[in-house]
Every structure is written in C-alpha cells, then in structure tokens.
Design a binder for this molecule. Structure first.
Ligand SMILES: [Mn+2]
Length: 366
C-alpha cells in the first residue's frame, strides 16, 4: 500500500524506465505543450514519475496524464532515485511531476540535489505527496521553486484532483475516490466528500479490483502503463478487460495465504510474525496481524540475491505507537533502512539481523 521500501528486481525497474524513454522519444512533442516556432527552449517533454505499487501512485499518474498529457515513469521506492537521475540528464525535459513517492532520511538529500540540478536547467518541478516529510526538505524545495503540494491528510491522487480539477473531467473524482480507499484515506475531509458522490459499494469493489490488478502485475511494466492510460481515459475498472477475472485469481491466492498464515505464524508478547516463502510479504502481513490477535504484525521475505529481508509491518487501530518511526530507527541501527506511516510501514533488514529486528521491535512495543 504505502511505504513498502523494498521489492521488485532491478531488472524489472530498468525495463520499465527504458520502455518509457523510448516511447517518449518517439512522440517528440508532449500533448498540450505549446511549442511553437517562437519557443526559446527545445524543452518540450512532460514526465510524471509516480509510485507503481498501489492504486494511489497509478491513479496520480493517470490524473496528471489527463490534465497535462506527457508520459509516466512508474517506479518503486528503490527505483525512485535511479529514475530521477535518468530524467535529470534528459535535455528535452520541460516539466516534471513526482507523485506519491515519500522521502526518507536516506534519500532526501540526494532528492534535493537532483531537484536543484533540474531547476538550474529551468525544468518546472511539482512534488505531490502525503507521506511524512522533514520540514527542512519542504523549505529547501520551496527555496529552489519546486512546487510542493503536500498534505499528510489526503492521499496523493486526491491532492492531484484538488489542485488540477479545472483541467480534469468529472470521472477524475472517481479515480481519486478509489485511490483514497486504497490508502485508507477515504475518511479525510476531501476524500470523504468525493466518496459521497458515488455509491460506497461500487467504489469499494472498483478500488479493490484495481488494487489486485496493480499488485498482481508488478513485474509487467507495460500493463501498469496501460492501466495509467485507461484510467486517464476515464475507464472504470470494470470496463478494462479481464480485471475482475484477474482479481478473482488474486483472491484465491489470498485465501490460500490465510491458510498458510494460520499454520506458519508465530507470536511474541506484542506482535505476530511470519517468514513468507512464496509470495510478497505485504500481501500476508495483514493476515499475520489479524490472525495472531496481536496489535502488530510482521511479515518478511528473503531477497536471496540481495542478502536481505524485505519486511512489512502493520498495526491495528489499537496500536498506539508510530510504527514507521520505530521501524526507521531500528532498521537503520541494524544496517538496513525503513520507515512509513504510523500503522503501515516497511523495512529492509540484513539477513542475519532479522531475528534481532523482531525481538527488538517486540520490546519497543511494550
Ligand atoms: Mn499514497
């Protein structure tokens, strides 16, 4: 869902970036960009770099595309900086949007550096996000005239919708509603107003089917691009071929996961935990929390070639601590990294430290 700092092979990442660059180059001029003969600069390209792992990231990219045209580059957290470093040397780049990609202590300085280079080249940059951010970073970005749209109380797509309503059609409010649901933010001031426009059950099933299609196609960058285009063209999820059939396959896999968690989950005083062998940790973690009866669930999966565990952590409504902050400090102290929201976060932990990570986390929850 949210700050899943891990995942997806660099192979997939590179393919995604390459393909988008090619596509963009072939198009030459981005939609709706006035590039008359009088234009002083040869910069014409508009790019949106957005989060590829959930409905909020994909939907943000779709609404930016509907409002401004241009192309999307879809990335996960590890691929974020690589994509930014790639666009910074693109001499055609005129305008850049960065959506739903939170920053961490580890990435924020490099991020500001890259933004500074873009601004020196007169590239217009808009950063739209809802993840916790260091106020000093916002200051630094505003100083170099990066437009920052940031509200921790609304998901990114809702903020995109709110900022560019006049350039969007009516259906965009539905795209934003689904994104808000997926990010557990449909109860926020703007999000809840948008949800009221639609039948709740209709919005829920649409958001859920979209989410299963996004999660199940993480290794197919062309399909994710296709989803961005279809949403930008105001298609409902059920009007995109085979989405409901695909969602059915995903729910079958999830029901098998419930059975596996019941057997494999272990508990400590303050948390439930489980190593996941054959699926993503983020798909299992809610079950680990729920079925353990504890207020915190931890699921982790080994990335064999990286010597690390990709860890997902979830807290229940009763969980009173800020898991993102605790996990950030703990993972960093063990030579890894991590962070995220109060009740949903992720981490990368060196393989030999995973047991220590769980025991220490259990202690900090006391
Ligand atoms: Mn989001």
């Amino acid at each position: 869902m949210i700050f899943e700092s891990v995942l997806v092979s660099s192979k997939t990442k590179k393919t995604a970036a390459k393909k988008v660059i090619k596509k963009t180059a072939a198009k030459k001029v981005t939609k709706k960009t006035a590039a008359g003969p009088t234009a002083a600069s040869k910069r014409t390209k508009l790019i949106c770099i957005s989060h590829k792992e959930d409905c909020d990231g994909i939907s943000s990219a779709a609404l930016i595309r509907q409002a401004f045209g241009g192309d999307a580059i879809l990335v996960d957290y590890p691929g974020q900086m690589e994509a930014l470093n790639q666009v910074v040397s693109d001499e055609k780049l005129k305008s850049l949007f960065i959506c739903d990609l939170g920053l961490s202590k580890k990435t924020q300085d490099e991020f500001v550096d890259i933004m500074t280079r873009l601004r020196k080249n007169k590239v217009s940059v808009t950063y739209i996000d809802h993840h916790d951010i260091d106020p000093a970073v916002v200051k630094a970005l505003e100083k170099i005239k990066v437009k920052v749209i940031h509200d921790i109380n609304e998901c990114t797509t809702v903020q995109v919708y709110n900022a560019y309503k006049s350039k969007l059609n009516d259906h965009a409010s539905f795209v934003a509603t689904c994104a808000a649901i997926t990010d557990y933010m449909e109860d926020r001031p703007i999000g809840s107003k948008l949800l009221q426009i639609y039948d709740r059950q209709f919005a829920l099933i649409s958001a859920t089917v979209m989410t299963y299609n996004i999660v199940g196609h993480q290794r197919e960058p062309d399909y994710l691009q296709y989803l961005v285009e279809e949403l930008a063209e105001s298609k409902f999820p059920h009007d995109i071929p085979n989405t409901f059939e695909f969602a059915q396959i995903q729910v079958e896999k999830l029901s098998q996961m419930i059975a596996k968690v019941k057997v494999g989950m272990k508990t400590m005083k303050n948390l439930g935990y489980m190593e996941i062998l054959d699926a993503g940790a983020s798909g299992a973690v809610n079950f680990v929390m729920g079925l353990s009866g504890k207020d915190v669930g931890v699921a982790y999966k080994e990335r064999v070639d990286h010597g690390i565990y990709a860890v997902s952590v979830r807290g229940s409504k009763n969980c009173k601590v800020h898991l993102g902050k605790i996990v950030n400090l703990l993972a960093t102290s063990l030579g890894g990294s991590g962070g995220g929201h109060d009740k949903a976060c992720g981490a990368v932990v060196p393989k030999p430290k995973i047991k220590q990570f769980i025991t220490e986390l259990n202690k900090k929850l006391a």
